[in-house]
Design a protein around this ligand. Structure first.
Ligand code: CP
Length: 323
């Protein structure tokens, strides 16, 4: 037992102040995050779901864009670790008085926070903040760049369901070009040895995406027939770039994940979606709520994954505490 705890502590060694993206992490660092998340998932099944790991630490959620799942699960995760949590609603903060992100971050640091969790519409916002601050920064989604904890919870769910990542084939379908979820998933899955297929209308495939180690399959039925899982992205029709794209119904006909499509393929295919879902646009209600869907399990796993992210970056003296 003592040896096992020692091994767990060794495994949880973490040297990074921040979690900014999966591109910059090694396979071992990703595995460390996933294994730590697995320990925390066990904690969430206990009668008392709280551990003292981050007692005395203050975590600030600084969200410049709307969020339900990410913001709430970071808050739940921080509370389960016994940290104090402060949520800043930017529309009611000095951001409205033109305060820059950097100044806001430096003031939060001056207020003695230990970790800032930031979501911003500009790619690189989290990295910029991390360069100017001594405290930890966790990226909760920056523009089209990365959404590391979303990809980690997707991969965690996939591994939980399939028992492995190496050797699996995962199709990501939808707006790949504008998706931070797609980018983080591609970096994470390929590092762990999965094959990634991207499937989308040509205008939504980023140039040179193959250099990230993925293959492009234009036909969704063909992509699904090769896949163990499909990660369905939200179609962001509010974007100008999509105004030229044929109407929603046409997209649904060509790329929508329907029960008929699922039935034509391997019945064990997992259906994932980062949310929020556009029912009848990229996925049918029958599939979203059906037996292949793990969408709500992804949301639940987000708590353990975010507990792991906060715990590892905290670099706290009490990191050696048993969890
Ligand atoms: N998946 C995701 O980032 O959802 P929210 O925008 O609700 O946080």
């Amino acid at each position: 037992m003592k040896k096992l705890k020692q091994k767990n502590r060794e495994f949880r060694k973490w040297h990074k102040k921040d979690l900014l993206g999966l591109r910059e992490l090694s396979k071992e660092e990703i595995e460390n995050l996933l294994q730590t998340a697995a320990s925390f998932k066990e904690v969430t099944t206990r009668q008392i779901k709280k551990v003292p790991a981050l007692r005395g630490k203050t975590i600030v959620n600084l969200f410049y864009e709307p969020s339900t799942r990410t913001r709430v699960s970071f808050e739940v995760a921080a509370k389960r670790l016994s940290a104090d949590v402060i949520n800043i609603a930017t529309e009611y903060s000095s951001v409205r008085k033109s305060e820059t992100l950097n100044d806001t971050g430096r003031n939060i640091e001056a207020l003695k926070a230990d970790i800032i969790v930031v979501r911003h519409n500009a790619a690189g916002a989290a990295a910029m903040l991390s360069r100017h601050l001594n405290i930890s920064v966790v990226n909760a989604g920056d523009g089209w760049h990365e959404h590391p904890t979303q990809a980690l919870l997707d991969i965690f769910t996939l591994e939980e369901k399939k028992g492995k990542i190496k050797g699996l084939t995962v199709t990501i379908v939808g707006d790949i070009a504008h998706s931070r979820v797609a980018r983080s998933n591609i970096w994470g899955l390929t590092k762990l040895g999965a094959k990634v297929i991207v499937c989308a209308p040509e205008i939504l495939i980023p140039p040179e995406v193959e250099k990230m180690g993925v293959s492009i399959v234009a036909d969704i039925d063909e992509a699904l027939s090769q896949s163990d899982a499909v990660n369905v992205l939200r179609m962001q029709f509010e974007r100008d770039q999509l105004s030229a794209f044929p109407q929603k119904l046409e997209y649904f006909k060509k790329y929508g994940i329907t029960q008929k499509r699922i039935e034509k393929t391997n019945k064990d295919i997992l259906v994932m979606h980062p949310g929020p879902i556009n029912r009848g646009v990229e996925i049918s209600s029958q599939v979203a709520d059906g037996p292949n869907s793990v969408i709500l399990e992804q949301v639940t796993n987000g708590i353990a994954v975010r507990m792991a992210a906060l715990y590892l970056v905290a670099g706290a003296k009490n990191k050696d505490a048993d969890i």
